[in-house]
Write a protein that binds this ligand. Structure first.
Ligand code: G3I
Length: 351
């Protein structure tokens, strides 16, 4: 709390509330339970990093340390040390822990990508991984991204070609795909964990993302029709300060809600994108525009029953996967509040 007061004085923005406090004060008015952020345990020795994240957020996701390559770097040997640090950080600070992810087509260990495996070998590897991870975090994770980024970026939006796509049949020889295998194994391992499919360029069902967004909706609907267990979808939202498809995001969240699914905004960041992409001049106006967009998206989540988690991919510009100079997150490089923090607090406190 000391840090909170210090940053408030530095920025002149009222720091009497944090996102998590303000959200808890309106819990009867919205179904949104979490305002979250991805964190990286590699920065836990920085007190500012730990205090800002635990003061402001009530959910964390490990940015990298729960991924396949971190957990099963060597075939058959599971190492949860780094992922556990994030889960423990969450527990110590009364935050929810969101798991990311058990199955992704890229950034996998070389033994997996380069091994000489049959379809049935891959089924065994995938089932073993999903089962072991979900089992380890039983009762500790509120949700898991079971499969991440499976859908191609252009029509006809097939599954991306990747290692896992070598799966053509389940253990009994019945035709299937790796997504079904992963979700079925996850439900069996932990019947209480919420199981999510997570992807990018799928947040709005209108505008430039309509094609991939519709493809994901149809994929998820067909999973439900086939009885494949899934509880929600993650809309990543790596977009920019000029993003103008908020109505389409609401419409999309509502159609998932109509299927009985939850929606998590999982990886939001807003790069400075005044003139497309990374060619940006950062200014007070741009910071204002970014803050307003963060607030508008937060309000969209609060207003939409299906949306239960509003989460950014990191929280400080000091540590983002995006290039320096893109200023994507609510806190600046020195952990001072940017205008986004005040705008989001205004939405929460005025709700
Ligand atoms: O920690 C090592 C370091 O020891 C080494 O010297 C250095 C050399 O490259 O690499 C460091 O690891 C990097 C790691 O980030 C930590 O910074 C990896 O190379 C790099 O591949 C890894 O990138 C991550 C990426 O996913 C791949 O796992 C990003 O941090 C992370 O933000 C990004 O997150 C993804 C989501 O999982 C899925 N959606 C998109 C999102 C952004 O790409």
């Amino acid at each position: 709390m000391k840090l909170l007061l210090a940053t408030s004085i530095l920025t002149g923005v009222s720091g009497s509330e944090t996102f998590r406090d303000a959200l808890s004060n309106i819990s009867g008015k919205t179904t949104t339970k979490y305002v979250g952020a991805a964190v990286n345990e590699g920065f836990f020795d920085d007190a500012h990093y730990k205090e800002t994240s635990s003061d402001y957020y009530n959910l964390v996701t490990a940015e990298n340390s729960c991924k396949f390559s971190a957990v099963q770097k060597t075939q058959g040997t599971f190492d949860f040390a780094s992922c556990d640090q994030v889960a423990q950080f969450a527990e110590d600070n009364d935050m929810a822990f969101r798991g990311h992810n058990t199955c992704w087509g890229v950034y996998n260990p070389s033994w997996l990508d380069n091994g000489n495996f049959t379809s049935s070998d891959f089924v065994g590897i995938l089932e073993n991984h999903v089962t072991t991870v979900l089992d380890h975090y039983q009762g500790k994770a509120v949700a898991w991204d079971i499969v991440n980024e499976a859908i191609s970026d252009s029509a006809p939006y097939d599954f991306k070609a990747n290692t896992w796509n070598n799966i053509t049949a389940d253990a009994d020889g019945i035709n299937t795909n790796y997504i079904d295998v992963a979700f079925r194994a996850a439900r069996k391992a932990d019947p209480n964990a919420k199981l999510f499919y997570n992807d990018y360029n799928v947040a709005s069902s209108q505008g430039w993302s309509q094609g991939k967004s519709d493809a994901m909706y149809n994929m998820v609907k067909s999973m439900l029709d086939r009885g494949v267990p899934i509880d929600g979808v993650g809309l990543q939202m790596h977009v920019g300060t000029g993003y103008d498809l908020v109505d389409g995001v609401i419409a999309n969240m509502e159609r998932y809600g109509a299927l009985g699914l939850e929606v998590h905004i999982t990886e939001l960041d807003l790069v400075c994108s005044q003139k497309n992409g990374y060619d940006c001049v950062w200014s007070d106006d741009m910071e204002q525009q970014q803050g307003e967009l963060y607030a508008t998206l937060l309000k969209a989540c609060l207003d939409t029953d299906a949306c239960t988690n509003f989460e950014t991919w990191g929280f400080t510009d000091a540590h983002s996967w995006l290039e320096d100079g893109t200023h994507p997150l609510p806190f600046d490089e020195n952990y001072n509040q940017k205008k986004a923090v005040g705008s989001m607090l205004d939405i929460l406190t005025g709700y």
